[in-house]
Design a binder for this molecule. Structure first.
Ligand SMILES: *Cc1c(COP(=O)(O)O)cnc(C)c1O
Length: 459
């Protein structure tokens, strides 16, 4: 039987024309870009899968909200709207606006980690790790081992390894750990969900040791939909009820609104404790702006208040996760390996399996990203050895555990025909995989080189 996917719960009112270059033109563009997709002009890309962050399509309601936005410095109407909406959704009494997810981390982690040595998470997102380190602490990842096996099915590959967490607390001393962070969905593990059972267990361990429990909620709605599908206790619950179960008794959360709240810019911090909220407000005023706008313009706040509601609509989430599952099913048919089961916001193609003849130091996942652009104007990115870079001590290229080419799917932007173009491009590439060559770097900066390095194909 064919699996059932869920169609778009919207129709299109405004369109953004896309340029369609010829293959010869694309080959020239990527060569001119020194084989680095970050140097491509977006106008030369047909399907842009670089990220799902801030790239979603706003609804007609949200665009109407843009006109309604109150730009007053203090006490703007949109501020009260977003406060009401967020308090209702998350069940937290105190909510602070900030301009994006990393701003939320800067405001909150500086408080939680003051005088502390460690933060432990199922997996820190890269900006979260950076803010843990900027606060003078070290970030420790503690994901379940199932996350590391790309081919094995497991319902909740994003979960915290609770046994290991207990060991870490014993070894490091609870008094040295400032916060335990649950990232939902687990972005770095491939957008993999975390179960409510695992959230409860982790929260219990944190509180038993007097450690604050925080949720990194960038993709909390997608996570809630997976919980409904896969965790028997919640199969008859509404998305709203699942969100309440996730945030129940959490001390605080940070959120990038650029993901599940379907806006182009924005973030939130939430907490339960009044004293903590006072500190959050003080830091927001110095880093972001007055507390009723927190670094955002009124029009963006109004769009956020509406997007928060739209992002937790069950029909929308069915369609959203359905898009990932549709693309994944087409790859299954064609025998193309990816991090399986597919996560909530992206498909991670296993380039090691598709291009087994290219060694890690010739960057198979980057080679696949370049082929996707040449084949169909698709922009994806390398999450592998090319991104990992060199050993800072020896200067030698490091070997990543995985060579993934990430296809991040923007929200409400591309249709099922676009997904077919992506699948067909990958199938065409697979057919001539053995002819595809690796790449060498001819110029690179010392850190975060993947954004600006220059590459050449190996002859
Ligand atoms: C995107 C993201 C962040 C950072 O948010 P920005 O809005 O990009 O600053 C933090 N955590 C997770 C899990 C994310 O996906």
């Amino acid at each position: 039987m064919k699996p059932i996917y869920f169609p778009e719960p919207f129709r299109i009112k405004s369109v953004e024309p896309l340029k369609m270059l010829t293959r010869a033109e694309r080959e020239k563009k990527i060569a001119d870009a020194d084989y680095n997709v970050f140097y491509l002009a977006s106008q030369d890309v047909y399907i842009d899968l670089l990220t799902d962050s801030g790239t979603g399509a706003m609804s007609s309601q949200q665009w109407a909200g843009v006109m309604m936005g109150d730009e007053s410095y203090a006490g703007a109407d949109c501020y009260y709207k977003v406060q009401d909406t967020a308090k209702k959704i998350f069940g937290m009494p105190y909510i602070q606006l900030v301009h994006q997810g990393r701003a939320a981390e800067k405001v909150l982690l500086g408080i939680l980690l003051s005088g502390k040595k460690y933060a432990i998470s199922n997996m820190h997102f890269d900006t979260t790790r950076a803010h843990v380190e900027l606060a003078g602490a070290r970030a420790i990842d503690c994901v379940v081992p199932e996350a590391l096996d790309t081919t094995k099915y497991y319902d909740f590959k994003g979960n915290m390894d609770c046994k290991r967490l207990e060991q870490y607390i014993k070894e490091l001393g609870a008094e040295n750990i400032g916060v335990i962070i649950m990232t939902i969905t687990n972005n770095s593990a491939g957008g993999q969900p975390v179960s409510v059972e695992n959230i409860r267990q982790t929260r219990k361990i944190a509180h038993k040791h007097g450690i604050k429990f925080m949720i990194d909620a960038a993709r909390y709605a997608e996570n809630s939909y997976f919980v409904k599908q896969r965790e028997p206790e919640f199969k008859n619950s509404t998305i709203d009820e699942i969100i309440k179960a996730i945030f129940e008794d959490a001390d605080c959360f940070t959120m990038s609104s650029k993901k599940d709240a379907i806006v182009n810019m924005g973030g939130l911090v939430g907490c339960r404790d009044k004293a903590l909220f006072e500190l959050i407000k003080q830091r927001t005023i110095s880093f972001e702006g007055f507390i009723t706008y927190g670094g955002m313009s009124g029009r963006d706040i109004e769009a956020l208040a509406i997007g928060l509601q739209e992002g937790i609509d069950e029909n929308y989430l069915k369609y959203r996760i359905g898009q990932m599952q549709y693309l994944a099913a087409r790859l299954d048919e064609a025998g193309i390996a990816y991090q399986s089961p597919v996560g909530g916001h992206a498909v991670f193609i296993d380039a090691k399996k598709l291009l087994p003849h290219i060694p890690y130091h010739e960057f198979p996942a980057q080679a696949l990203a370049i082929e996707l652009y040449k084949e169909a104007g698709i922009r994806a990115c390398d999450i592998g050895s090319y991104m990992l870079g060199n050993d800072p001590d020896t200067g030698k290229q490091l070997e990543a555990e995985f060579e993934f080419t990430r296809l991040a799917i923007p929200r409400r932007v591309y249709t099922q025909s676009h997904l077919d173009v992506i699948a067909d491009a990958l199938i065409n590439i697979k057919e001539r995989a053995s002819e595809i060559k690796g790449y060498k770097i001819v110029e690179e900066p010392p850190i975060l080189r993947h954004f600006t390095a220059k590459l050449r194909p190996i002859k």
